[in-house]
Design a protein around this ligand. Structure first.
Ligand code: NDP
Length: 453
């Protein structure tokens, strides 16, 4: 990085020094978009990038709640309203002990470009709390969600800011949050997405991120005359995104041999078939158990606990054709990328947000494999949230096939937009540049049209 980009990053670093994930996400976009600013000096003069890295609004609040033992507990709540140039703020809520301002700013920043790529009218935002739902009773989760929403409801609305789920926020949490919003505002509106089917949710929303990621991967393989049929795939995570990634890979004829959670991973050489996937879904969504129980049940699988002494994750050292990281940020480091490439991986499609470290991204791009950054390949979730918002506004629900077809079309279009932007700016096959440039140009154009905003 040199010249304007380097000076720009120095300034961003000076202002956001304790936020490494945010700086990582910004550096990647700046690196891709430098050439755009060279060709469009009017965007540099208008200080579009300088404006984009400053959230429109950051809300931080206290979330007091009472646990089952009667103890008072205090967590911190956040909502980052990053950019509303092309629509109301839109992006998930994450409940995880690692949540802090920098992580949510990185997620909100990525969300802006991702939402632009979907072609739907959604700005970017993200929120959450350092609350850990793991090991909490339903009553504790409900009381936390009610307290969280008691403050958040002042800042959101169907035309202002529409949160959804993310790590630690699934159907149960969205239900509690929606119920409290409705009580306080006396409004039944599409203020959250990922709602239950009986109360305004969309068919295919739970499946959308995983399905969309696999649709995107299939589009990438098709550019080489290839498909997922017969491919061995690694999937990390075992939550919402991982589960439906596995399901769609099975639909497309691939074999998935891994799944993980924060305690370790299972390697099932025989493959995770539909019956085993149903067990995994029950384990993670209903009984809320740990991934080791999968290996306890199926003798074809072995469980490997996380080993903090290792400089790499042995999951990524298993020989496979395709990898779908679907757990969390920076879960693939340079050593993991080297292991994947050494074993001849052909494709990496990110279901999680920013799961590859900058060194890993560089290694994938330099190796010329099919590598899809999360802001393109996992955009199916928010795209289907956009479809849920449309159905809520029209007060009707589309059938499953219709939503799935729309999702599939959106993923094809995102793929085409990335390919075209990468070609136009002289880096054919580079989906990182393609996604960043296509997303940036759309948001930048809208900001310019709207004056000094
Ligand atoms: P879930 O909470 O449903 O599942 C998260 C999974 O990742 C769990 O298996 C969890 O294990 C694991 N995990 C979380 N944090 C860590 C960690 N620090 N180390 C190791 N494993 C970890 O979340 P989602 O499936 O919804 O989200 C997964 C990823 O996909 C995130 O990056 C999210 O931002 C991204 N994403 C999600 C979308 C959605 O629609 N849900 C849309 C677009 C992106 P454990 O249970 O042990 O914590």
């Amino acid at each position: 990085m040199s010249g304007y980009a380097a000076e720009f990053m120095d300034a961003v670093r000076a202002k956001n020094s304790g936020e490494p994930e945010f700086l990582q996400a910004v550096a990647e976009v700046v690196d891709s978009c430098n050439i755009v600013l060279d060709r469009h000096p009017e965007l540099r003069e208008a200080k579009i990038l300088e404006r984009m890295v400053e959230p429109e609004r950051v809300i931080i609040f206290r979330v007091p709640w009472q646990d089952d033992a009667g103890e008072f507990q205090i967590n911190r709540g956040f909502r980052i309203e990053m950019n509303s140039a092309i629509g109301p703020y839109k992006g998930g809520l994450r409940f995880h002990p690692s949540v802090n301002l920098g992580i949510l700013k990185f997620l909100a920043f990525e969300q802006v470009y991702k939402n632009a790529l979907t072609t739907l009218p959604m700005g970017g935002g993200k929120g959450g709390s350092d609350f850990d739902p793991k090991g909490k009773s339903d009553g504790e989760v409900m009381r936390f969600c009610q307290s969280f929403m008691t403050e958040l409801q002042r800042h959101i609305g169907p035309d202002t800011d529409v949160p959804a789920g993310d790590i630690g926020v699934g159907g149960r949490e969205i239900g509690f949050l929606f119920g409290q919003y409705k009580r306080l505002r006396n409004e039944f509106t599409g203020v959250l997405t990922g709602k239950g089917l009986n109360w305004g949710g969309s068919l295919i929303r739970p499946e959308a991120t995983g399905y969309g990621c696999v649709y995107f991967a299939a589009e990438m393989l098709a550019t080489k005359g290839d498909s997922l049929e017969g491919k061995t795939c690694l999937v990390s995570g075992s939550g919402n995104v991982a589960q439906y990634t596995i399901e769609k890979i099975l639909d497309m004829g691939g074999t998935v041999v891994t799944a993980s959670d924060s305690s370790g991973f299972v390697y099932d050489e025989a493959g995770i078939d539909r019956e085993k996937l149903a067990f995994l879904m029950e384990l993670k969504n209903v009984t809320r158990g740990r991934i080791k129980e999968y290996a306890d049940k199926y003798p074809s699988a072995v469980f490997k606990p996380v080993d903090p002494a290792l400089d790499h994750n042995p999951l990524w050292a298993i020989k496979a054709d395709c990898a779908f990281p679907s757990a969390t940020q920076n879960e693939i480091n340079a050593a993991d990328a080297a292991n994947l490439l050494g074993n001849g991986v052909k494709l990496v499609a990110e279901g999680a947000n920013m799961p590859s470290s900058p060194d890993a991204v560089r290694a994938f791009v330099n190796a010329g494999i099919l590598y899809a950054p999360g802001k393109a390949s996992n955009a199916g979730g928010v795209a289907t949230s956009g479809l849920e918002m449309s159905q809520n506004s029209m007060r009707l629900s589309w059938p499953r096939e219709e939503v799935d077809e729309r999702l599939h079309t959106i993923m094809r279009n995102i793929h085409a937009a990335c390919v075209n932007a990468a070609n136009e700016y002289g880096t054919p096959g580079n989906y990182v540049n393609g996604a960043n440039i296509a997303g940036f140009l759309k948001v930048a154009g809208a900001m310019k049209d709207q004056g000094l905003v």
